[in-house]
Each structure stands twice: as structure tokens, then as C-alpha cells.
Design a protein around this ligand. Structure first.
Ligand SMILES: NC(=O)c1ccc[n+]([C@@H]2O[C@H](COP(=O)([O-])OP(=O)(O)OC[C@H]3O[C@@H](n4cnc5c(N)ncnc54)[C@H](O)[C@@H]3O)[C@@H](O)[C@H]2O)c1
Length: 247
């Protein structure tokens, strides 16, 4: 992939698939703006890749507006936005607290919407742009024990479709990548059982190919969808799940 001369904002860029996306995008010659609320990790990935870190919380719409404005001020353009920031709450619906519900909706849905809205306003002015949102296989399938997460990713999927239609005639493409089980810090987080090799093997055994994805295997697809090579794609939800949803 060649991203020479392109500018991309990548949220959640400090860890997991966001960080893998920052690495691949910068290796391919692009200038990345790394948005994350984890300052320590963000600074590490930024130092390693040459990305510009912007530290803050995407659930704050003023911060999202500021990220877009500062990027355009600094680089004079904005080609791509990749929304990978996200969190998980592992609880059945009946056990999900008000605080957990609002927390996950604020980040996964409102935060992603605020980034899309701010980006689209800029992309309308410049006449082009490409956005890739991180959905999930759990945005289309139900799963026990993660009700709020499933609801949030379902919202991401249909928001992606609706925004794509809003801007189908504006030269702005909006798609989603929907990963299956990926080996990132998230997959180990908030477990109510210890993360043992047995647990990881059990998770891998739920995937038809029998292993978890490496974050870069998802990042490569996200970047393809973001790139000009995917010029006829908008409103698409692309599963990258090694057969999980084929059953
Ligand atoms: N890991 C999986 O198996 C999997 C599967 C399907 C979808 N996803 C989705 O992919 C995306 C990336 O997940 P990951 O596994 O790489 O997770 P991760 O936990 O490794 O990374 C997520 C990053 O987002 C950042 N972040 C979280 N909330 C934020 C906020 N409010 N503002 C700014 N930054 C914030 C975190 O600090 C972290 O750096 C998420 O949207 C996740 O829901 C993950």
C-alpha cells in the first residue's frame, strides 16, 4: 500500500488494532495523527512511528472538533479517519449498571459519531474523504455476557450505513471493518476469570480457523478499505473473522 502524501487520523491508535493501523499507515508513507486517551501508550507508539499524538477522550465532541481542526491546520488536508477507539463491558444485560451502559454508549457510539461528524464537515469543504469505523462480529450477532457491547456495535454498523448514504454523492466514502476474535489487550480485559493459556486456547477454538487474529491482519483490511483502491466501496461492513460469521 502507498499512502505517501496522505493524512489520516486514527483513534484508539495507542493499542491493539489502532496501533497496528498507525504502524502500517506510517510504514506506507502516510502521516498519522494518533488520537487516544492513554497518554503513555500513545506517546510510545507516536515516538516509534512518527505519528502526531493528540491525547483526549472521543466521547467529548469538543475534543473531536479540535482534533479535526488542528490536523487541518497542521497538514492542510485530511484524507482518512479510522475510528478504532472502543471499550467493552462484560456483563449480561440484567447485570449491566446505568454507569456501564452510558460509558460504553458514550465511547463506542457517541464518540465514534462525534469523530465522523467533525470529519465529514471538513471533508465536505475539501470535497473528498474516507472514513473506516471499527464494528464487530458482535454488531450483527448476539453474544451472551456482552449485551451493551453488542448494542453499541450494532449502532456503529447502522450509523455507518446511514452516513454512507448521506454522503454517497459527496465523494466521501464511509465503511466499517468488523473484526472477529483479535489478540489485543481488549480480548483479555474485564474478564471475570483469570486470563490463562487455557482461556486463550478456548477462545481460539471458537474460530473456524482455530486461532485468534493478529491485529495487523485486521489493520491491513481497514487500510485497504480506507485507500483509493477501494474507490467503489461505501456503506460496506466488511467481516474479517476467519469464517466466524460464515456458519
Ligand atoms: N479485540 C477484538 O477481538 C475486537 C473484535 C471486534 C471489534 N473490536 C473493536 O476494535 C476496536 C479496537 O479494539 P482493540 O481490541 O484494538 O482494543 P484495545 O483496547 O487494544 O485498544 C483500544 C484503544 O482505544 C482507546 N480508547 C478507549 N476509549 C477511548 C476514548 N473514549 N477516547 C480515546 N481513546 C479511547 C484505548 O485507550 C486503547 O488505546 C474497538 O472498537 C473494539 O471494540 C475488537
Amino acid at each position: 500500500m502507498d499512502f505517501a502524501g496522505k493524512v489520516a487520523i486514527i483513534t484508539g491508535g495507542a493499542s491493539g488494532m489502532g496501533a497496528a493501523t498507525v504502524r502500517l499507515f506510517t510504514e506506507a508513507g502516510g502521516q498519522a495523527v494518533l488520537v487516544d486517551r492513554n497518554e503513555k501508550l500513545a506517546q510510545q507508539v507516536a515516538a516509534e512511528t512518527g505519528a502526531i499524538p493528540m491525547i483526549g477522550d472521543v466521547s467529548d465532541s469538543a475534543f473531536c472538533n479540535q482534533v479535526i481542526a488542528e490536523t487541518v491546520e497542521k497538514f492542510g488536508r485530511l484524507d482518512i479517519v479510522i475510528n478504532a477507539a472502543g471499550i467493552i463491558v462484560r456483563a449480561k444485560g440484567a447485570d449491566t449498571t446505568d454507569e456501564e451502559w452510558h460509558r460504553i454508549m458514550n465511547v463506542n457510539v457517541s464518540g465514534l459519531f462525534f469523530m465522523c461528524r467533525a470529519a465529514i464537515r471538513q471533508m465536505l469543504q475539501q470535497g473528498h474523504g474516507s472514513i473506516v469505523n471499527f464494528g464487530s462480529i458482535w454488531g450483527d450477532l448476539g453474544a451472551a455476557g456482552v449485551a451493551a457491547y453488542c448494542a453499541s456495535k450494532g449502532a456503529v454498523h447502522n450509523l455507518t450505513r446511514a452516513l454512507a448514504l448521506d454522503h454517497a454523492q459527496d465523494n466521501i466514502r464511509i465503511n466499517a471493518v468488523c473484526p472477529g476474535e483479535v489478540n489485543t489487550p481488549m480480548i483479555q480485559s474485564e474478564r471475570n476469570e483469570p486470563v490463562t493459556p487455557e482461556l486463550m486456547a478456548r477462545l481460539a477454538s471458537t474460530v473456524p480457523v482455530g486461532r485468534l487474529a493478529d491485529p495487523a491482519e485486521i489493520a491491513r483490511v481497514a487500510l485497504f478499505i480506507a485507500s483509493d483502491d477501494a474507490s467503489y466501496m461505501t456503506g460496506s461492513l466488511v467481516n474479517v473473522d476467519a469464517g466466524f460469521t460464515a456458519r
